[in-house]
Design a protein around this ligand. Sequence first.
Ligand code: AMP
Length: 281
Amino acid sequence: MKIVLTVNEARLAVRDARQQGKTIGFVPTMGALHEGHMSLVRAAKAGCDFVVASIFVNPTQFGPNEDLAKYPRTFEADRQKLEAEHVDLVFAPTVDEMYPQGAVTFVTAEGITDRLDGRSRPGHFRGVTTVVAKLFHIVEPDLAFFGQKDAAQAAIVRRMARDLMFPIEIVVAPIVREADGLALSSRNAYLSPAERTQATALSRALREAQSRYRSGEIDSTRLISAAQEVFASEPAVRVDYIEVVDPETLEPVAKATSGTLLAVAAFVGSTRLIDNVLLGA
Ligand code: AMP
């Protein structure tokens, strides 16, 4: 497994693999790797000849009062996990490498980026689309792997890749969860033992709404109420949003159909967690 820190080295390593006729799979991450990330790596290994993982805590997707400074950075442990899966190339650039002095060019997707997390975290998705576009230009993968955990991000990246004509297939892999339902997240490391227990409210709320949908409830307001009832029994958890939306446009829908996205965000203490489910799936 080769580790490179610069854009030029990354380009050279990928081009070398491509010259050998290999297909390129790409898994962008912010590090602090867990089994959710590793499921993407394994999917990439299964579908591509040469797998690139990036580790970059992207400052432009953090708001001024968010957790950029304290975001977990665990490079050595990450390196070992990627090595164990036989990843071919790790790209771990510095902030200056990705945003050279004087960089003023950003990629923005309009409308869709103002919904769900985009509404709660203004500018967040501008940072995401900008860094993902840069990474796509550097790595030029055939396939890029994202997690359904960040459902809005997956929809926005898919749209950006289409709009900007990146010849890249976007693959979205299912959410990996702890045994009690909590979706794996690098931010789970912030939770105290009590908060860790409270945090299961997110997946319990989604399960409740999913079960109502399966019993025939399609009214979005009532599905949201079902989720809210679960949160009501966990007052320490503060809901940011619960929404029933079209999974591609992220626009709210009044009636759910199979594949409609039910997404939640909630604060457990000062930690903001997100989770979602595709109804009927
Ligand atoms: P991050 O390092 O948080 O930026 O995440 C990198 C990628 O891993 C993103 O595409 C996430 O959607 C994905 N990911 C994060 N958590 C999970 C999870 N629990 N299950 C599946 N994919 C995940």
